[in-house]
Design a protein around this ligand. Sequence first.
Ligand code: F7E
Length: 340
Amino acid sequence: MKKTALITGVSGQDGAYLSKLLLKKGYRVIGGERRSASGSLWRLKDLNIENDVEITDFELSEFTNIYRTIEKYRPDEIYNLAAQSFVGASFEMPTMTSDITGLGVSRILEAIRQINPEIKFYQASSSEMFGKVSETPQTENTPFYPRSPYGIAKLFGHWMTINYKEAYNIFACSGILFNHESPLRGEQFVTKKITMGLSKIKLGLIEYLELGNLDSKRDWGYAGDYVEAMYLMLQNDKPDNYVISTGETFSVKDFINTSCNELGIDIEWQGLGIDETAIDKKTGKSIIRINPKFYRPTEVDLLLGNSTKAKKMLKWKPKTNFYELVSKMIEYDYNKLKNK
Ligand code: F7E
């Protein structure tokens, strides 16, 4: 029989890739979309699946809406990808972030418990929960030390998922995903900001790009690979938690250097701290500048994941490396802007 999946946050990057994957596997896909985000289904259009996903109003702060949606569609699997997912914004909106990203998880779990505890549940947890890391690389057993309201809210959701699994035997999995990017990434995140910004500079549309901390290091993977891990977690024999990562870490500056290389922009770094800048060697112009407004009150300096458990238990491994990821994003942004 055809399985039904409810994907919350369907208008986001992961929602789009996961919808595509599940449709390919023959699922009926119900896409939960927040009212305020409605009309932003460009990613589904981009993947050519906008007519195949059934969109429904979904609001993580409203228990009655969650309950009614689950009761109406009776999904076999729920993937909770919806969140206030921008770490930077969580410092300005800590209570809203806690409500949506944290409490929202317990609302879904409680609805599952009441309606049908057989529904399988995937929670999108995050490497931000490791925050100020106590060991490198990070595994499922690394202690958590979140450094933002976002990380704290995700940690709440992570433990709530574990508690509902242990207390009520719900098939609930938590995927601790490290940063994952793609051409469909939102523009407030640093990778997309860089690939869009540098493509615009190359095309003469803007003169320079302003960024914050260039030294933080992230384990950057490709979102298209990571949604497969989400699916595999819910198909396994028993529910568990998994780190999903590439096992390689690169700084924001590395991301800029690789993007410039892809675009054929030859740069030289000059200055230190807030005076640091990248000069385009051909034009002598400063194309990357620091604006302290993009610094975070507390920063996560280094993330590097060890996904051995996922490799062993789920037979999952990343297919796209850092350089292929940057290349995919640059190619998409540059061509899109050029053909506008
Ligand atoms: O920042 C630095 C910034 O906002 C990456 C989300 O998907 O992954 C993501 O969280 C790094 C940080 O992602 C700018 O300070 C410098 O150190 O792209 P980001 P994130 O905070 O790592 C995790 C796993 C999630 O779960 C989250 O939902 O880049 N950075 N300059 C900047 N970041 C931004 N956004 N903008 C800048 O101008």
